[in-house]
Design a protein. Structure first.
Length: 80
């Protein structure tokens, strides 16, 4: 694979992952009660615990995006 193809792949992956993160945040903020009711059928969670789990999940997902997409993309831009 040539460097340009890797850059394109990382850029598309970055866009896909950020769109996924924005959809997750949008559904979480706009349909919070519906999501909480859906998940509380299966698990015994308080609202605070539910919010904490989702906030931590979004934070970990964003850290993964930074480490696995942005950092390699910046490295490729600096080297090539």
């Amino acid at each position: 694979m040539n460097p340009d193809a890797i850059k394109d792949l990382l850029l598309y992956s970055l866009a896909f992952n950020y769109v996924t993160l924005m959809i997750w945040f949008g559904v979480f903020s706009l349909a919070h009660n519906w999501m909480y009711r859906l998940h509380s059928r299966w698990f015994s969670l308080s609202t605070e615990t539910f919010d904490t789990i989702h906030y931590a999940g979004m934070a970990l997902y964003k850290i993964g995006i930074i480490m696995l997409n942005i950092a390699p993309l910046v490295a490729f831009w600096l080297v090539f």
